[in-house]
Design a binder for this molecule. Sequence first.
Ligand code: ZN
Length: 184
Amino acid sequence: MILPIYVYGQPVLRKVAENVTKDYPNLEKIIADMWETMEKSDGVGLAAPQIGKSIRLFVIDASHFAEDDPKTEGFRKTFINAQILSREGEEVLFNEGCLSVPGIREDIKRPSIVTIRYMDENFVEHEETYDGIRARVVQHEYDHIEGKLMIDHLNPLKKTLLKRKLNDISKGIVDVNYKIRAVK
Ligand code: ZN
């Protein structure tokens, strides 16, 4: 089932999300719906707060980037109860977009290497270190379960310039080809 995507202004996007257990109601279905929703909206990643659930869950399909970064080939993963253990390396710029902030793309600076501990959809624990685009996408999605958005990384001037656009998004005044849920 394709779910509406909660956009900027929705309080759920600002909450630090909670861990989940295997017996969380309909977890399997939620994960399947998130995959379907991400694919239909051409997203690279989708975090549970973006579908209105404040739980530590996100899905990533970075395989579209295989031409730019071969390590993303087949990178399709579900992350449950993720914790970033360390961020290292040079801070690098990369042009990001977000399904919850439609119509805005900005160069965002983030560390280039990240080590993360998470459970997959079978609740098997993993600890992995990523660089390149994988590190980028993982940090973007991880922000969502920490109640952060990419625009939080912009300097105050940039933020001021985006104020009107953000205000429109929060009211649902935005041209998108997927279903959104704005505050009003
Ligand atoms: Zn996002």
